[in-house]
Design a protein around this ligand. Structure first.
Ligand code: COA
Length: 388
């Protein structure tokens, strides 16, 4: 039995948008409504994600504004903020609300603008994002998110011999995947040579190791298991795990194992009654190339220590044994942080339905999504599969 089912999915292109947040969210939501064949009057509640609008665009209490824009004024709206895991947390709570019987049909999604269209440049946006790190122990040191993931990756390199070439292979793979996805921020491929030659952002990361700042929105219509069969092509949510880890980073004993991801994955696999070996493909939180290496191991898709090697050997490419980030991932598809988790759910839905267009994978029926927030402090892992 499914915990809930996705019956409609929509997302904007990720990239640069001069559209106000409410309208950007509406573009994704209306696509999800159309896909599901429902109108906003049939949807009972909105589970909404926006992480940084208060700081980036001086917009708070955005949930009711977006509900009004999509024709859902009067309906209850819950807003979630969990740094980069914002809309995955909204999704998890929506699944629980539907599963509990509280609601039968809900809209879940997120929106964010992070590009200079907000009026904030890279320096200012980097400072705003750093507000998701520890207020007393990390922010005063000047630690940024490229720096956080550089530290995690350096530890992995130290423990397992992962190299900068391995990281470059992740970038090459995800830019290659993204070049097949018309909704990706970057449509261009890269090479190992170009990646290794780029300017250093935070050692060991160079430009091509980093996700961009992006604008975008994503949304899905979620219904109860009982209702799912009355829709075309429902995709079942069979597991959603959610865990946190110690903050600050310095207090984690083995930061490179990303404990929250392992705990969330274990919960999700148990709920779904499957193991990592039963998963056909994954969308993971590759905010930096090293983050994909850690995620592929934390989800049990690749043996511990072998995440970088696996990418270099093509095991995680779209034609490999466990394709990771066929959408291009955050690295190439982009990372409008409050929309990223919902966009992973859109991608799983489209892949499982066989509707992913040029970047469709062959013969996939079960996928896993991994969305991480802060100093690897929060992770949500979701498993979705074709309805039996
Ligand atoms: N990957 C690949 N190319 C990128 C890129 C990225 N992440 N970011 C920018 N570019 C390209 C631009 O398209 C542009 O190319 P062009 O000259 O051909 O037009 C060029 O690099 C310069 O772009 P610009 O916007 O000036 O880059 P920047 O130096 O201001 O920012 C980063 C680049 C990597 C520093 C910035 O994207 C960054 O900080 N990313 C990480 C965001 C982050 O921390 N997110 C949270 C994760 S937890």
């Amino acid at each position: 039995m499914a915990r809930a089912s996705v019956v409609g999915a929509g997302m904007t292109k990720f990239g640069v948008h001069d559209t106000p947040l409410q309208e950007l969210f509406g573009d994704a939501a209306f696509e999800a409504f159309d896909d599901a064949g429902v109108g906003p009057d049939e949807v009972e509640a909105l589970f909404f994600g926006n992480a940084m609008g208060g700081q980036t665009e001086n917009v708070t209490h955005l949930g009711p504004q977006c509900a009004t824009h999509v024709g859902m004024a009067g309906k209850p709206v819950q807003r979630y903020e969990d740094a980069c895991a914002t809309s995955a947390n909204a999704f998890k709570n929506a699944v629980e609300a539907v599963e509990s019987g509280r609601h039968d049909v809900v809209l879940v999604g997120g929106v964010e603008r992070c590009t200079p269209e907000t009026g904030k440049d890279t320096d200012e946006m980097t400072r705003i994002f750093a507000s998701a790190s520890h207020r007393q122990y990390e922010q005063p040191t000047g630690l940024t998110f490229p720096g956080v993931f550089a530290l995690l990756t350096k530890r992995h390199m130290h423990e397992h011999g992962t190299t900068e070439e391995h990281l470059a292979e992740v970038a090459v793979k995800n830019h290659g995947h993204g070049s097949l996805n018309p909704k990706a921020h970057f449509g261009k491929e890269t090479t190992v040579e170009e990646a290794l030659d780029g300017p250093v952002v935070a050692d060991p990361f160079r430009l091509m190791d980093c996700c961009p700042f992006s604008d975008g929105a994503a949304a899905v219509v979620l219904v109860s298991d009982d209702l799912a069969d009355s829709f075309d092509a429902p995709v079942d949510v069979t597991g959603v795990g959610h865990a946190t880890d110690i903050v600050p980073l310095a207090d984690k004993e083995t930061p490179h194992v990303t404990k929250a991801a392992r705990d969330a994955a274990s919960q999700a696999y148990d709920q779904a009654g499957v193991s990592a070996a039963d998963v056909d493909f994954a969308e993971v939180h590759d905010c930096f190339t090293g983050a994909e290496v850690l995620a592929s191991e934390a989800l049990g898709l690749i043996e511990d220590g072998q995440g970088g090697v696996a990418a270099a050997e093509g095991r995680t490419s779209r034609d490999g044994d466990i394709p990771i980030n066929a959408s291009g991932g955050l690295k190439a598809k982009g990372h409008p942080i409050g929309a990223t988790g919902a966009a992973q759910i859109v991608e799983l839905t489209e892949q499982v339905r066989g509707e992913a267009g040029e970047h469709q994978l062959d013969g996939v029926s079960r996928g896993v999504a991994h969305n991480l927030g802060g100093d690897a402090a929060t992770t949500v892992v979701s498993i979705m599969e074709a309805r039996a």
